[in-house]
Design a protein. Structure first.
Length: 295
Protein backbone atom coordinates (compact mmCIF):
# COMPACT_ATOMS: atom_id res chain seq x y z
CA UNK A 1 0.00 0.00 0.00
CA UNK A 2 1.41 3.38 -1.04
CA UNK A 3 1.34 6.17 1.56
CA UNK A 4 -1.39 8.79 1.14
CA UNK A 5 -0.48 12.17 -0.31
CA UNK A 6 -0.52 15.38 1.72
CA UNK A 7 -3.66 16.98 0.39
CA UNK A 8 -6.19 18.60 2.71
CA UNK A 9 -9.77 17.97 1.47
CA UNK A 10 -10.95 21.26 2.94
CA UNK A 11 -8.61 23.11 0.59
CA UNK A 12 -10.96 22.12 -2.23
CA UNK A 13 -13.46 24.66 -0.85
CA UNK A 14 -10.92 27.46 -1.23
CA UNK A 15 -9.99 26.20 -4.68
CA UNK A 16 -13.65 26.23 -5.74
CA UNK A 17 -13.97 29.83 -4.54
CA UNK A 18 -10.93 30.80 -6.60
CA UNK A 19 -12.36 29.00 -9.61
CA UNK A 20 -15.63 30.89 -9.23
CA UNK A 21 -13.77 34.21 -9.30
CA UNK A 22 -11.76 33.12 -12.32
CA UNK A 23 -14.90 31.94 -14.10
CA UNK A 24 -16.34 35.40 -13.54
CA UNK A 25 -13.34 36.88 -15.35
CA UNK A 26 -13.60 34.38 -18.19
CA UNK A 27 -17.29 35.07 -18.78
CA UNK A 28 -16.88 38.86 -19.02
CA UNK A 29 -16.20 38.53 -22.74
CA UNK A 30 -18.99 36.02 -23.38
CA UNK A 31 -22.33 36.95 -24.90
CA UNK A 32 -25.59 35.04 -24.95
CA UNK A 33 -25.28 34.89 -28.74
CA UNK A 34 -22.28 32.58 -28.26
CA UNK A 35 -24.51 29.91 -26.75
CA UNK A 36 -27.15 30.44 -29.41
CA UNK A 37 -24.58 29.53 -32.03
CA UNK A 38 -23.70 26.37 -30.08
CA UNK A 39 -27.36 25.28 -30.05
CA UNK A 40 -27.46 25.78 -33.82
CA UNK A 41 -24.07 24.05 -34.35
CA UNK A 42 -23.61 21.49 -31.55
CA UNK A 43 -21.02 19.27 -33.24
CA UNK A 44 -18.01 20.53 -31.24
CA UNK A 45 -19.52 20.05 -27.75
CA UNK A 46 -20.93 16.65 -28.69
CA UNK A 47 -17.59 15.55 -30.14
CA UNK A 48 -15.78 16.65 -26.99
CA UNK A 49 -18.22 14.92 -24.65
CA UNK A 50 -17.97 11.71 -26.69
CA UNK A 51 -14.18 11.78 -26.40
CA UNK A 52 -14.36 12.59 -22.70
CA UNK A 53 -16.93 10.10 -21.47
CA UNK A 54 -16.42 7.22 -23.92
CA UNK A 55 -13.07 7.30 -25.71
CA UNK A 56 -10.91 8.38 -22.76
CA UNK A 57 -12.22 5.84 -20.19
CA UNK A 58 -12.13 3.05 -22.80
CA UNK A 59 -8.61 3.92 -23.95
CA UNK A 60 -7.45 4.18 -20.32
CA UNK A 61 -8.88 0.77 -19.48
CA UNK A 62 -7.20 -0.85 -22.50
CA UNK A 63 -3.93 0.99 -21.82
CA UNK A 64 -3.70 -0.11 -18.18
CA UNK A 65 -4.80 -3.64 -19.08
CA UNK A 66 -2.31 -4.08 -21.92
CA UNK A 67 0.64 -2.76 -19.88
CA UNK A 68 -0.42 -4.67 -16.75
CA UNK A 69 -0.07 -1.53 -14.64
CA UNK A 70 -0.20 -1.91 -10.86
CA UNK A 71 -3.92 -2.31 -9.98
CA UNK A 72 -4.05 0.57 -7.53
CA UNK A 73 -2.35 2.97 -9.92
CA UNK A 74 -4.46 1.71 -12.82
CA UNK A 75 -7.67 2.22 -10.89
CA UNK A 76 -6.58 5.78 -10.12
CA UNK A 77 -6.10 6.39 -13.84
CA UNK A 78 -9.55 4.96 -14.60
CA UNK A 79 -11.08 7.19 -11.92
CA UNK A 80 -9.48 10.31 -13.41
CA UNK A 81 -10.65 9.30 -16.89
CA UNK A 82 -14.20 8.92 -15.55
CA UNK A 83 -14.33 12.44 -14.12
CA UNK A 84 -15.85 15.38 -16.02
CA UNK A 85 -13.88 18.29 -17.42
CA UNK A 86 -12.51 20.72 -14.86
CA UNK A 87 -13.25 24.43 -14.66
CA UNK A 88 -9.57 25.11 -15.29
CA UNK A 89 -10.21 24.01 -18.89
CA UNK A 90 -12.27 27.17 -19.39
CA UNK A 91 -9.37 29.28 -18.15
CA UNK A 92 -6.93 27.40 -20.39
CA UNK A 93 -9.20 27.83 -23.41
CA UNK A 94 -9.48 31.54 -22.67
CA UNK A 95 -5.70 31.85 -22.47
CA UNK A 96 -5.31 29.79 -25.67
CA UNK A 97 -7.78 32.05 -27.52
CA UNK A 98 -10.05 29.10 -28.15
CA UNK A 99 -13.85 29.03 -28.19
CA UNK A 100 -14.67 29.69 -24.53
CA UNK A 101 -18.42 29.24 -25.11
CA UNK A 102 -17.80 25.69 -26.35
CA UNK A 103 -15.54 24.96 -23.37
CA UNK A 104 -17.97 26.36 -20.80
CA UNK A 105 -20.94 24.49 -22.29
CA UNK A 106 -18.96 21.23 -22.28
CA UNK A 107 -17.90 21.75 -18.65
CA UNK A 108 -21.46 22.49 -17.59
CA UNK A 109 -22.97 19.49 -19.40
CA UNK A 110 -20.20 17.09 -18.38
CA UNK A 111 -20.39 18.20 -14.74
CA UNK A 112 -24.10 17.47 -14.66
CA UNK A 113 -23.70 14.18 -16.54
CA UNK A 114 -20.97 13.14 -14.11
CA UNK A 115 -23.62 12.41 -11.49
CA UNK A 116 -24.38 9.27 -13.50
CA UNK A 117 -21.49 8.72 -15.89
CA UNK A 118 -18.60 9.05 -13.43
CA UNK A 119 -19.64 6.19 -11.11
CA UNK A 120 -20.91 4.10 -14.06
CA UNK A 121 -17.69 4.46 -16.07
CA UNK A 122 -15.48 3.96 -13.03
CA UNK A 123 -17.34 0.81 -11.99
CA UNK A 124 -17.61 -0.62 -15.51
CA UNK A 125 -14.04 -0.05 -16.70
CA UNK A 126 -12.63 -0.91 -13.28
CA UNK A 127 -14.49 -4.22 -13.56
CA UNK A 128 -13.58 -4.73 -17.23
CA UNK A 129 -9.86 -4.63 -16.47
CA UNK A 130 -9.14 -7.98 -14.78
CA UNK A 131 -6.14 -6.49 -12.97
CA UNK A 132 -8.27 -3.88 -11.14
CA UNK A 133 -11.45 -5.89 -10.66
CA UNK A 134 -10.64 -7.14 -7.17
CA UNK A 135 -9.81 -3.61 -5.96
CA UNK A 136 -13.11 -2.23 -7.06
CA UNK A 137 -15.80 -1.45 -4.53
CA UNK A 138 -19.22 0.07 -4.95
CA UNK A 139 -19.36 3.86 -4.95
CA UNK A 140 -22.22 6.33 -4.85
CA UNK A 141 -22.25 10.03 -5.68
CA UNK A 142 -24.95 12.39 -4.46
CA UNK A 143 -26.27 14.14 -7.62
CA UNK A 144 -27.57 17.14 -5.69
CA UNK A 145 -24.09 17.88 -4.32
CA UNK A 146 -22.61 17.98 -7.83
CA UNK A 147 -25.50 20.14 -9.03
CA UNK A 148 -24.95 22.64 -6.19
CA UNK A 149 -21.22 22.73 -6.93
CA UNK A 150 -21.84 23.41 -10.62
CA UNK A 151 -24.31 26.19 -9.80
CA UNK A 152 -21.98 27.94 -7.34
CA UNK A 153 -18.66 27.48 -9.13
CA UNK A 154 -19.75 27.63 -12.77
CA UNK A 155 -23.30 28.82 -13.45
CA UNK A 156 -23.59 31.71 -10.97
CA UNK A 157 -20.25 33.42 -11.74
CA UNK A 158 -20.83 32.73 -15.43
CA UNK A 159 -24.16 34.59 -15.46
CA UNK A 160 -22.81 37.41 -13.29
CA UNK A 161 -19.81 37.84 -15.57
CA UNK A 162 -21.90 37.89 -18.74
CA UNK A 163 -24.33 40.42 -17.26
CA UNK A 164 -21.45 42.59 -16.08
CA UNK A 165 -19.80 42.39 -19.50
CA UNK A 166 -23.01 43.43 -21.24
CA UNK A 167 -23.84 46.31 -18.89
CA UNK A 168 -20.31 47.60 -18.25
CA UNK A 169 -18.36 47.08 -21.49
CA UNK A 170 -15.88 49.86 -20.65
CA UNK A 171 -15.00 48.09 -17.41
CA UNK A 172 -14.36 44.87 -19.31
CA UNK A 173 -11.88 46.64 -21.60
CA UNK A 174 -9.94 47.91 -18.57
CA UNK A 175 -9.83 44.72 -16.52
CA UNK A 176 -9.61 41.99 -19.18
CA UNK A 177 -5.80 42.00 -19.44
CA UNK A 178 -5.20 42.23 -15.65
CA UNK A 179 -7.60 39.32 -15.13
CA UNK A 180 -5.73 37.28 -17.75
CA UNK A 181 -2.46 37.90 -15.88
CA UNK A 182 -4.15 37.14 -12.56
CA UNK A 183 -5.40 33.82 -13.95
CA UNK A 184 -1.88 32.83 -14.92
CA UNK A 185 -0.46 33.79 -11.51
CA UNK A 186 -3.15 31.88 -9.61
CA UNK A 187 -2.63 28.74 -11.69
CA UNK A 188 1.15 28.92 -11.34
CA UNK A 189 0.83 29.44 -7.57
CA UNK A 190 -1.47 26.42 -7.30
CA UNK A 191 1.05 24.29 -9.19
CA UNK A 192 3.92 25.47 -6.98
CA UNK A 193 2.04 24.84 -3.72
CA UNK A 194 0.89 21.38 -4.81
CA UNK A 195 4.44 20.37 -5.73
CA UNK A 196 6.02 21.79 -2.57
CA UNK A 197 3.48 20.14 -0.25
CA UNK A 198 4.28 16.69 -1.61
CA UNK A 199 7.85 17.14 -2.78
CA UNK A 200 9.37 14.37 -0.64
CA UNK A 201 6.72 11.84 -1.62
CA UNK A 202 6.95 13.00 -5.21
CA UNK A 203 10.66 12.19 -5.32
CA UNK A 204 10.22 8.89 -3.50
CA UNK A 205 7.49 7.57 -5.81
CA UNK A 206 8.54 9.40 -8.96
CA UNK A 207 9.33 6.22 -10.88
CA UNK A 208 5.99 4.56 -10.08
CA UNK A 209 3.50 7.19 -11.20
CA UNK A 210 5.00 10.28 -12.82
CA UNK A 211 5.32 8.98 -16.36
CA UNK A 212 1.94 7.28 -16.08
CA UNK A 213 0.36 10.66 -15.36
CA UNK A 214 2.29 12.38 -18.17
CA UNK A 215 1.39 9.67 -20.68
CA UNK A 216 -2.23 9.54 -19.58
CA UNK A 217 -2.62 13.31 -19.89
CA UNK A 218 -1.00 13.23 -23.32
CA UNK A 219 -3.47 10.51 -24.33
CA UNK A 220 -6.39 12.66 -23.19
CA UNK A 221 -5.15 15.74 -25.05
CA UNK A 222 -4.50 13.67 -28.17
CA UNK A 223 -8.00 12.17 -28.13
CA UNK A 224 -9.55 15.63 -27.91
CA UNK A 225 -7.36 17.04 -30.65
CA UNK A 226 -7.89 13.96 -32.80
CA UNK A 227 -11.66 14.31 -32.60
CA UNK A 228 -11.33 17.91 -33.73
CA UNK A 229 -9.18 16.90 -36.70
CA UNK A 230 -11.43 14.03 -37.76
CA UNK A 231 -14.52 16.25 -37.68
CA UNK A 232 -12.64 19.19 -39.24
CA UNK A 233 -13.66 21.58 -36.48
CA UNK A 234 -12.58 25.24 -36.63
CA UNK A 235 -9.29 25.93 -34.88
CA UNK A 236 -10.92 27.74 -31.95
CA UNK A 237 -13.35 24.84 -31.38
CA UNK A 238 -10.54 22.29 -31.72
CA UNK A 239 -8.55 24.04 -29.02
CA UNK A 240 -11.56 24.10 -26.70
CA UNK A 241 -12.30 20.39 -27.21
CA UNK A 242 -8.64 19.42 -26.74
CA UNK A 243 -8.29 21.28 -23.46
CA UNK A 244 -11.67 20.16 -22.18
CA UNK A 245 -10.77 16.49 -22.65
CA UNK A 246 -7.22 17.00 -21.35
CA UNK A 247 -8.13 18.97 -18.20
CA UNK A 248 -10.08 16.67 -15.88
CA UNK A 249 -11.87 17.54 -12.64
CA UNK A 250 -9.35 15.79 -10.42
CA UNK A 251 -10.90 17.59 -7.44
CA UNK A 252 -13.98 15.41 -7.84
CA UNK A 253 -11.70 12.38 -8.03
CA UNK A 254 -10.04 13.35 -4.75
CA UNK A 255 -13.39 13.85 -3.06
CA UNK A 256 -14.41 10.34 -4.16
CA UNK A 257 -11.12 8.92 -2.89
CA UNK A 258 -11.22 10.63 0.49
CA UNK A 259 -14.81 9.45 0.90
CA UNK A 260 -14.64 5.87 -0.38
CA UNK A 261 -10.92 4.92 -0.68
CA UNK A 262 -9.11 6.77 2.15
CA UNK A 263 -6.31 4.19 2.27
CA UNK A 264 -5.71 3.99 -1.49
CA UNK A 265 -2.42 5.88 -1.58
CA UNK A 266 -1.64 4.82 -5.14
CA UNK A 267 -4.96 6.12 -6.45
CA UNK A 268 -4.44 9.37 -4.56
CA UNK A 269 -0.96 9.83 -6.02
CA UNK A 270 -2.30 9.44 -9.55
CA UNK A 271 -5.30 11.71 -8.98
CA UNK A 272 -3.50 14.43 -7.01
CA UNK A 273 -0.54 14.70 -9.36
CA UNK A 274 -2.82 14.49 -12.37
CA UNK A 275 -4.36 17.65 -10.94
CA UNK A 276 -0.89 19.22 -10.86
CA UNK A 277 0.41 17.96 -14.19
CA UNK A 278 -2.63 18.85 -16.29
CA UNK A 279 -2.17 22.46 -15.17
CA UNK A 280 1.46 22.34 -16.31
CA UNK A 281 0.61 20.77 -19.68
CA UNK A 282 -2.51 22.89 -20.14
CA UNK A 283 -0.69 26.14 -19.35
CA UNK A 284 2.14 25.20 -21.70
CA UNK A 285 -0.20 24.28 -24.54
CA UNK A 286 -2.42 27.32 -24.05
CA UNK A 287 0.54 29.70 -24.10
CA UNK A 288 1.85 28.10 -27.29
CA UNK A 289 -1.55 28.35 -28.96
CA UNK A 290 -2.01 31.94 -27.73
CA UNK A 291 0.97 32.90 -29.88
CA UNK A 292 -0.23 31.07 -33.00
CA UNK A 293 -2.70 33.18 -35.02
CA UNK A 294 -5.56 31.60 -36.92
CA UNK A 295 -8.23 32.80 -39.31
Amino acid sequence: MIAAVAFEPRSLILLNLILALMMFGVSLSLRFEDFKRIVLYPIAPIAGLFAQFFLLPLATCLFTWALNIDPELALGMILVASCPGGSFSNIMTWLARGNVAVSVSMTAVSSLAAAILTPVNFAFYGWLNPHTREYLTKITIEPSSILILVLLVLALPLVLGMVTGRRLPDLVVRIQKPLRIFSLLVLMAFVAIAFSSNFALFLERFHSFFWLVVGHNLLALSLGYGMGLVLKLPVADRRAVTLEVGIQNSGLGLVILFTFFPEAGGMMLITAFWGVWHLVSGLTLSQIWARIPYE
